[in-house]
Ligand binder design. Structure first.
Ligand code: HEM
Length: 141
């Protein structure tokens, strides 16, 4: 029973986390289309800050805590698929950290990436999710 509740909570917060990871680079693209120093740009700074603080940060914490509790419940630490999953989840967490740093740069008025690169980077969470879900459901090794 504990296992199913942990898993339900894990999946719910994975959805919140992924939604935030998909949304933030989109906001960056629109933000960078607004003139620097404009009121519109300032509104994007606030939207990005709130998305990071209210959705992304709590979600990544809950996903990690429930995921590690699930691993302890099922003994996944000794299984190959779990090691591979951890690798991709660490990549995804690093991507989250990078987004957070880029939001701070944008807030300071630094725009080091163009919209095309940001749109390309937006594929990272989608690809990682495909691999992670296959690993966790099929458990190929
Ligand atoms: C952040 C670190 C994470 C850890 C430590 C973790 C760990 C786990 C563990 C141990 C399970 C139970 C597997 C089983 O029932 O045998 C699980 C289930 C699951 N995880 Fe994660 N997970 C993490 C992040 C993610 C992410 C980012 C995604 C999706 C993008 C994800 C998607 C899922 C899904 C869909 C299940 C249910 C699989 C099933 O019941 O067949 N997890 N996770």
């Amino acid at each position: 029973m504990t296992y199913f509740w942990l898993k339900a909570g894990h999946i719910i917060f994975v959805i919140f986390w992924m939604a935030g990871l998909f949304m933030l680079p989109r906001l960056f693209v629109y933000h960078q289309e607004a003139p620097e120093g404009s009121e519109e740009a300032a509104r994007y700074v606030e939207r990005e800050r709130r998305l990071l603080k209210i959705i992304l940060l709590p979600s990544i914490i809950v996903v990690w805590v429930l995921g590690l509790m699930l691993a302890m419940t099922t003994g996944a630490f000794s299984q190959g698929w779990f090691h591979a999953k951890l690798l991709f989840v660490i990549v995804l967490s690093g991507y989250h950290g990078w987004l957070s740093a880029y939001a701070k740069k944008l807030a300071r008025g630094e725009r080091s990436m163009d919209g095309k690169t940001l749109r390309l980077l937006n594929e990272v969470p989608g690809l990682a999710a495909v691999v992670i879900v296959i690993l966790v459901v099929i458990k190929p090794f």
